[in-house]
Design a binder for this molecule. Structure first.
Ligand SMILES: NC(=O)C1=CN([C@@H]2O[C@H](COP(=O)(O)OP(=O)(O)OC[C@H]3O[C@@H](n4cnc5c(N)ncnc54)[C@H](O)[C@@H]3O)[C@@H](O)[C@H]2O)C=CC1
Ligand SMILES: CC(=O)C(=O)O
Length: 313
């Protein structure tokens, strides 16, 4: 398995933007773009290649599945995106069919790869990908709530007028409408939010927290109403995850992966803080939660489990 070699399957808004961020990152020596629309993959590969001399050497090209031989990281961004008014769950049946059509072809040539699922509904597709592929759970990773957590950090940073990198807080659960903010352990560089609010001269109240949470939860709906799709934030989130894996950083990111016997369900994929390294997920952490937060996480897990049960998975 070659972690210098990465493939992006599906080169629509998300796949192409992720490919661009990856190509400019210097992380990979080879980046292969695949799409059922071969002309689209070729166009995106050519466009990105023309900027490579401004970054670091990286062979960016369109390809077929046989080009994925030995590929270390395979990113799945193929499939339908939400139209205004649609939820991520509404995409399930369309994207399940697409995922199934891709998996066998990938595994035939890159059986030891790490799969990074981006397509929605990401938690359910990650679960499906792990079950269908038979890959170890640690090697089938969904982007989970990494993007939502970045949105939370950004909005808290804006509210408190502080660098969002110094905001430590997580969105966990479904990447979708049942996700939750873990306010009980949120802090700014070790200072509790109420204390930091006092210093910053800002109100700290449940309504302020609710407002920030709702803006995070509904961010994709607002962006899709405005411009039809979201892709820059997720493109940068994909790079952050890829970097943690390729460089073996052991970074803690709230990715999604199969967990067993937690949060009231036998088995599920959910966005939870996880240590990411060269082998994929090394540990899924049990974040300390308040009683209310645990109940909401259990309810998010139950929602996803019910959908999987309906699919008989
Ligand atoms: N996990 C996350 O945080 C996020 C996930 N997404 C999801 O990413 C997915 C892609 O979104 P967009 O790029 O905006 O959609 P898009 O419609 O622009 O692109 C999808 C691409 O997939 C290709 N495709 C379809 N079937 C294929 C197959 N069998 N093999 C290879 N390629 C195939 C299409 O030709 C198209 O180029 C959606 O499911 C969207 O909801 C989007 C943003 C954030
Ligand atoms: C579309 C989507 O899943 C997002 O931007 O969060």
């Amino acid at each position: 398995m070659n972690l210098q070699k990465c493939a992006v399957i599906g080169t629509g808004f998300v796949g192409a933007t992720a490919a661009y961020t990856l190509a400019t990152s210097g992380l990979f020596s080879e980046l292969i773009l695949l799409d059922v629309n071969r002309a689209k993959a070729e166009g995106e590969a050519a466009d990105i290649s023309h900027g490579v001399s401004f970054a670091q050497p990286c062979a960016v090209h369109a390809g077929d599945y046989q080009d994925l031989k030995d590929c270390g990281l395979v990113i799945l961004a193929a499939g339908a995106n939400q139209k205004p008014g649609e939820t991520r769950i509404d995409l399930l049946h369309r994207n399940e069919v697409i995922l199934k059509s891709i998996l066998d072809a990938v595994l035939a040539v890159a059986p030891d790869c790490i799969l990074l699922v981006v397509s929605n509904p990401v938690d359910l597709l990650t679960y499906l990908a792990q079950k269908l592929s038979g890959l170890p759970a640690c090697r089938v990773i969904g982007t989970g709530t990494v993007l939502d957590t970045a949105r939370l950090k950004y909005l808290v940073g804006q509210y408190l007028q502080v660098d969002s990198r110094n905001v430590h807080a997580f969105i966990i659960g479904e990447h979708g409408d049942s996700e939750l903010a873990v306010w009980s352990s949120a802090n700014v560089s070790g200072m509790d939010l109420p204390d930091y609010c006092r210093i910053a001269g800002k109100e700290f109240s449940q309504s302020v927290l609710d407002d920030i949470y709702q803006n995070v939860r509904d961010a994709a709906y607002h962006i899709i109403e405005g411009k039809g799709a979201t892709y820059y934030g997720i493109g940068m989130a994909v790079l952050r995850i890829a970097r943690a894996i390729v460089r073996g950083e052991r970074s803690v990111l709230p990715v999604s992966s199969v967990i067993q016997g937690r949060y009231g369900v036998d088995e599920i994929c959910l966005g939870l803080p996880s240590v990411l390294g060269k082998n994929g997920i090394e540990t899924v952490l049990d974040l300390p939660l308040s009683y209310e937060e645990r109940k909401r996480l259990e309810s998010s897990a139950a929602k996803l489990r019910t959908l999987l049960d309906q699919m008989k998975i």
